[in-house]
Design a binder for this molecule. Structure first.
Ligand code: MLC
Ligand code: AMP
Length: 492
């Protein structure tokens, strides 16, 4: 049986989740997930790895559906609730999802997909019960989509064993206990929210409170209520919270600060934490943010210590159970403190990219997963230098492929050519910007262009600035030089 779910019966009468003004015990989660699993099985003994997609805001219902898919022997494919239809359709097609579970507020968005997959409305699932299969931990559990430097987004397949390893590492490293109470404000189609927040809480018999929409005032209300003692977020969220605190009255600031002082742990990750954010948050909250480093393909790999010095600008040490090495461009393992690519090995590392054997093969060398992130190491402590590709942008903690955006922009009849890059931004880490070469019929960007593009992309992928160019900067070989394009934006 899946250990995460088995453990829940030990905590049957404890509060597991608080969402939409309701409190749910672990036994409620077990009961609801068993009902949904029975509905999915619909008389079968086992889903045998069928992919089941679902689009549900972070909530009790989300976790019940995720567990139900696992309990029925299926593979969970959580969809991004901010994605427009074409991106959702891509995932449904790529996974050949047998069913799509949705809640009412997504009915009209997903309606056009229901000729491709069976729609199941979560609210319509009644009290059905059947025997559930025994699921081997080596079986596939989840597919999360991630953007890369080539082609369309790839489905990262993790087994139950991978997920368990990802959870156990963090529960040990950050000393989770049943007394912990965490607030989740993150989307649940990424490991940060799914593993670090929700699954670690559920594994520990702790309680998770959901706030479906990011909103500074309500987050501070929860902080002030004293109902939580743990918080994890991306640097952009801390940046936004700092600004909100600064705008509050001195009296309000004191109340917030008093509440934050009592937290057991606050974690930052998914993008580089600016030292200024770390310091400002420390002044406000008395908390030194614990910065850690991870990736969809492996959960977390490197972390500052729970006990011990958290060094600003450093991501800390390899987590217990992880093997980490740095490798230079010639493929040599580096031991002298010079920069190299982070490569990892461990039970948490994903199994494969869904139906992309070549991509899977290319992402490993001698059994080590190549992260594409550059770092330096001193006495076991790592510091990130950046990525080895300019085509990957991190904005608000979202990984974005410049090439995917370019592909969409090139479909516009207005545009002859384009180059998309990320440029540094205090709030978002990086923002997406686009250099455009217009077709000769156009002298300026027509007003219809941006609204059209916004329909094709989720808002975190929208270019925030445009530069109209006669041609894109190119090297002698004719290849677009993205670094030069970045400079042109920064010189504006
Ligand atoms: C949104 N906006 C942006 C933007 N995203 N502007 C610039 N750059 C971006 N990336 C704008 C919108 O257009 C809108 O503008 C305004 O901000 C509010 O939009 P929103 O959609 O309501 O945003 P909000 O809900 O506030 O989201 C911000 C956020 C979100 C930081 C909460 O981006 C988020 O949840 N990020 C976390 C992603 C995550 O979980 N990553 C983990 C990946 S896993 P206007 O003008 O309309 O107001 C991973 C591994 C690991 O990386 O190590 O963890
Ligand atoms: P994702 O593919 O969305 O899981 O994003 C993973 C990427 O986020 C990593 O490859 C890093 O580039 C980046 N990342 C995660 N944590 C950190 C961190 N603490 N500092 C810098 N980059 C990070």
């Amino acid at each position: 049986m899946i250990e995460l779910i088995q453990r829940a019966s030990k905590h049957a009468d404890r509060q597991a989740i608080f969402s939409n003004e309701n409190s749910y015990l672990y036994k409620d989660l077990l009961k609801r997930s068993s009902q949904i699993a029975s509905k999915l099985l619909n008389g079968k003994l086992d889903l045998n790895g069928d992919r089941i997609a679902f689009i549900i805001d972070p909530s009790f219902e989300y976790v019940a559906v995720q567990w139900a898919i696992w309990r029925a022997g299926g593979v969970a494919v959580p969809l991004c609730t901010k994605h427009p239809l074409p991106s959702l359709e891509y995932v449904i097609d790529d996974t050949q999802a047998k069913a799509l579970i949705y809640v009412d507020n997504y009915s009209s968005l997903i309606a056009p997909l229901l000729n491709k997959t069976t729609g199941i409305k979560e609210e319509s699932i009644r009290d059905v019960q059947s025997d559930l299969p025994d699921v081997d931990p080596l079986r596939n559990a989840m597919i999360l989509y991630t953007s890369g430097t080539t082609g369309k987004p790839k489905g990262v397949v993790s087994t139950h064993q991978n997920i368990e390893a990802q959870i156990k590492m963090l529960v040990t490293a950050w000393e989770w206990s049943p007394e912990d109470r965490i607030l989740n404000v993150l989307p649940l189609h990424h490991v940060h929210g799914i593993i670090n927040v929700v699954s670690c809480a559920m594994w520990s018999g702790a309680s998770c409170r959901f706030q479906p929409k990011f909103d500074e005032a309500s987050i501070f209300d929860v902080f002030k209520s004293g109902k939580i003692n743990l918080f994890m977020a991306v640097p952009t969220i801390y940046y936004k919270l700092i600004n909100f605190w600064k705008a509050a009255s001195p009296e309000e600031q004191k109340i917030i600060t008093r509440a934050l002082n009592k937290f057991r742990l606050m974690v930052s990750g998914s993008a580089a934490l600016p030292i200024s954010t770390l310091e400002e948050w420390k002044n406000i909250s008395g908390q030194v943010l614990l910065e850690r480093y991870g990736m969809t393909e492996m959960g977390m790999a490197i972390s500052n210590p729970y006990d011990g010095e958290r060094v600003p600008g450093s991501i800390g040490f390899a987590l217990q159970g992880m093997q980490v090495r740095l490798v230079n461009e010639e493929g040599k393992v580096i031991k002298d403190g010079s920069p190299g690519e982070i490569q990892v090995q461990g039970p948490n590392v994903f199994k494969e990219y869904w139906e992309k054997p070549e991509a899977t093969k290319d992402s490993f060398v001698e059994g080590w997963f190549k992260t594409g992130d550059m770092a330096v190491e001193l006495n076991g402590r790592y510091r990130i230098l950046g990525r080895n590709s300019v085509d990957i942008i991190k904005s608000g903690g979202h990984k974005i492929s410049a090439l995917e955006i370019e592909e969409v922009i090139r479909k516009s009849p207005v545009v002859k050519d384009c180059g998309v890059v990320g440029i540094p931004d205090e709030e978002w880490g990086e923002i997406v910007v686009a250099g455009l070469v217009l077709n000769q019929d156009f002298e300026a960007l027509p007003e219809t262009f941006e609204p059209w593009l916004k329909e094709q992309l989720p808002n975190f992928q929208w270019p925030r600035e445009y530069l109209l160019l006669d041609d894109l900067p190119r090297n002698v070989m004719g290849k677009v030089t993205k670094k030069e394009l970045q400079k042109q934006f920064q010189n504006l």
